[in-house]
Design a protein around this ligand. Structure first.
Ligand code: ATP
Length: 325
């Protein structure tokens, strides 16, 4: 089994107790651990993978809670730093009737943004594993440089690099800056995961095939587009495979994309072949995508992100029950 490293933000999502209310009308929130790269790490660990999280939290109750939650999920937290210079990020999440959500972030600056390049050790990035990151850690220095340094080290160390931009425009000084940074980063990664909305934001193309041709460049070997209840599509330079989602009744879609990425990275980490061989083998990659879709679907059935992540047994049970795969 290959090891996985996920770098970026760990934060607290405050999730309303009832769906369908604007933030101003919500009376009470549930404290839920989150942050996309932390969610991905927890998703991999809950499935039984070997995963470490690299990030920084505040020396406060929320930071301690995040480390404890990651530990309990089975994530290795020896690469998580604690700082007295800023507090842990908070995100209030409002859920609409259909389970879709809007975010309101509290980070000015937050502890996760203070991760710096000098804290990264070359030895972490050596070996055959997978390295995953997102774009929230690219919104501000010093974590922007730390993220670039980590990508450099992962590539130099021979790791497969996975990037889920997870666009959160409120965190950027402008949409143009977000788009430019993300487009400049994509060619460094081997595996990209974006949503349909992000695909349009980045390329301005309604036609998926034309958009894909713009985005598959440089190191990119596989581009995954997630489509909520419609499932996900994998594009490579020469082929495309669509795998429908598994029908469930969603209550909160927070973390579905991260659970999907966790399932995908876990699936890849279980294979002995090279990344290129796996994505060219339709049978194997389809099986991994069905598994990842099931991880996403199960996560929509509970509130919050990390707390809603499924175990490997739950994923296999859903696949059998729904007779997919
Ligand atoms: P994020 O906003 O966290 O980046 P995302 O938009 O990438 O998430 P989605 O496309 O919503 O993520 O979901 C990822 C995967 O989870 C989908 O490809 C699908 O397999 C599964 N999924 C999401 N929503 C549903 C749903 N309502 N029913 C079934 N499966 C779902």
């Amino acid at each position: 089994m290959k090891s996985i490293l996920s770098l970026g933000e760990a934060l607290i999502d405050f999730v309303p107790e009832e769906n369908g209310k604007a933030l101003k009308d919500v009376h009470s929130f549930v404290k839920a651990p989150g942050g996309a790269p932390a969610n991905v790490a927890a998703a991999v660990a809950k499935l039984g993978g070997n995963v470490s999280f690299i990030g920084k939290v505040g020396n406060d109750g929320f930071g301690k809670f995040l480390i404890e939650t990651l530990d309990q999920a089975g994530v290795k937290t020896d690469k998580v730093f604690t700082t007295n210079d800023a507090l842990t990020s908070l995100a209030f999440v409002s859920l609409k009737e259909d389970g879709e959500r809007d975010f309101s972030f509290y980070r000015d600056p937050a502890a996760d943004q203070l991760l710096n390049s000098e804290e990264l050790q070359n030895a972490w990035f050596e070996g055959e594993g997978l390295f995953h990151f997102g774009s929230v850690s690219q919104t501000m220095e010093p974590c922007k440089s730390a993220t670039s340094r980590a990508v450099e080290l992962a590539l130099a160390g021979g790791m497969i690099v996975s990037y889920d931009p997870n666009v959160r425009l409120q965190l950027w000084s402008s949409a143009a800056e977000a788009k430019e940074t993300i487009l400049n980063t994509i060619p460094y990664a081997h595996l990209i995961k974006i949503s349909e909305e992000e695909c349009f934001f980045l390329t301005g193309e309604q036609d998926e095939n034309k958009a894909v041709r713009q985005l598959i460049a440089g190191n990119v070997k596989a581009l995954l587009i997630t489509k909520g209840e419609k499932g996900s599509t994998l594009h490579t330079k020469s082929s495309s495979i669509h795998v429908p989602s598994i029908q469930v009744k969603p209550v909160d879609t927070t973390g579905a994309g991260d659970a999907f990425v966790g399932g995908l990275l876990f699936g890849l980490s279980q294979q002995n072949q090279t990344f290129e061989t796996i994505i060219d083998n339709e049978e194997i990659i389809k099986e991994i995508l069905v598994f990842a879709n099931a991880c996403g679907a199960l996560t929509t059935m509970k509130r919050g992100a990390i707390l809603a992540l499924p175990s490997q047994e739950e994923v296999k049970e859903l696949i059998l029950k729904k007779k997919v795969g």
